[in-house]
Design a protein around this ligand. Sequence first.
Ligand code: 2NL
Length: 344
Amino acid sequence: MKERLEALKLEAIGKISESHDLKDLQAVKVSYLGKKGPITEVLKGMGKLSAEERPVIGAYANEVRDSIQLEIDKKQAILEEAAISEKLAKETLDVTLPGRPVKHGNAHPLTSVVTEIEDLFLSMGFTIAEGPEVETDYYNFEALNLPKNHPARDMQDSFFITEDILLRTQTSPVQARTMEKHEGTGPVKIISPGKVYRRDNDDATHSHQFMQIEGLVVDRNVRLSDLKGVLETFAKKMFGEDRKIRLRPSFFPFTEPSVEMDISCFKCSGKGCSICKQTGWIEILGAGMVHPNVLEMAGFDSKEYTGFAFGMGPERIAMLKYGIDDIRHFYANDIRFLKQFKNV
Ligand code: 2NL
């Protein structure tokens, strides 16, 4: 019987060392130490043994069972350790890999240009004024010296919502509203950037919706030379210190006299090239002295107060500055166009 137990122990130890995973090991445990296993069998047959043999064999059987259990425990610890190592090896995380690059967006080129122009006028003491895009006929036209049936209204085909309400065709109504709020007392010194709307057939240089930046200064003793100084500073800061400006007579219903401002070509410095259409000059904006009627309608005494105003299209400025050939690029939101302005 002792030999039988000895043989079982060796056999079990052999099976244990051959187990390659926890499932194998569990099967070995059940087959040797389980209720129906050979050791239990031996212990059950003890009754047949003599009184001397019984404690000896009993103790030996327990010893064999304990040593098999010990081997199983040892092997189990090894297999568990191996399972963890394998899992860790499979799930390695290389913390030295560089991170995935984060895609940076950039400002829309029109936004960049508007911000640049705003900063420039803010540095000259202007403040920024805003107003509604849905306007009344009064602020959009009448308050700007454009009474109903005035022929100059034809220059701006409009989107009317009712007889009396329309999408603003210029940002001038913001200036008219701001002047009114001052109740006849200067100074007023504002710029008004914003979207405007005109009925138009869209093409490379026309859009039914575009932007304007207008400026207005009203105070005592404001003269055309003040306008010229402000505009010259703007032109140099925006297009280069060696720019020259020239003012040509023009017409706007809300200014008298009215001018258009050209800058000397920043590409050819006046020699003549494709950008300036061989003239050496590029038209940038319109301006003038605020018409006395406009001042009076907004509550200012035109004998005491004078003012100058100007208006420009930031799309046109941006097109010139960045060599953009079609105004529709600004509104198409094509990422291939937009991402070319990352560092401007
Ligand atoms: C242009 C010309 C201009 C104004 C806008 C203005 C506003 C008030 C009174 C007087 Cl409230 N004038 N604005 C004056 C002259 C020209 O815009 O070509 N814009 C793109």
